[in-house]
Design a protein around this ligand. Structure first.
Ligand SMILES: Nc1ncnc2c1ncn2[C@@H]1O[C@H](COP(=O)(O)OP(=O)(O)OP(=O)(O)O)[C@@H](O)[C@H]1O
Length: 114
């Protein structure tokens, strides 16, 4: 039980660090706005599933991206081609998740408006 509580403590501590990162906080804020929008428009269970999946994917992607950036900087602040590739690839992954989420959001919104 102590071990179990410890895991949660570290996880919440990690989420507190994440909220302090402006890119992650922005994605979380955007996710909250989408949730508010969903409450106003009255999403179906299926629509909520897709919307919440997209929000979680983008926020988790942004957290992993931030961890990779910090890890690279922790190893060395020196500007290298390798460090650039690692950071750019991580940013590319978040971009793909954001594109996917924007597409899902667009499809759901269009359905609601028409
Ligand atoms: N050590 C480095 N060597 C080479 N290029 C780097 C290095 N650090 C950053 N860059 C380049 O600058 C870009 C931005 O890196 P940075 O770490 O500032 O992330 P960021 O996108 O500004 O993140 P955030 O806004 O979340 O802090 C990287 O994608 C990369 O192209």
């Amino acid at each position: 039980m102590k071990w179990f509580k410890g895991r949660f403590k570290y996880a919440f501590s990690g989420l507190r660090y994440a909220i302090c990162d402006k890119s992650i906080a922005l994605q979380m804020l955007f996710g909250l706005l989408v949730i508010l929008f969903g409450l106003l428009l009255g999403f179906t269970v299926q629509e909520w599933f897709w919307i919440l999946l997209c929000i979680v994917l983008v926020v988790v992607g942004e957290i992993i991206n931030s961890c990779i950036e910090q890890l690279v900087d922790y190893i060395s602040l020196e500007h290298t081609k390798q460090a650039k590739q690692i950071k750019d690839m991580a940013a590319g992954a978040v971009f793909l998740l954001s594109l996917f989420s924007a597409f899902i959001g667009f499809v759901i919104l269009i359905q609601k408006i028409i």
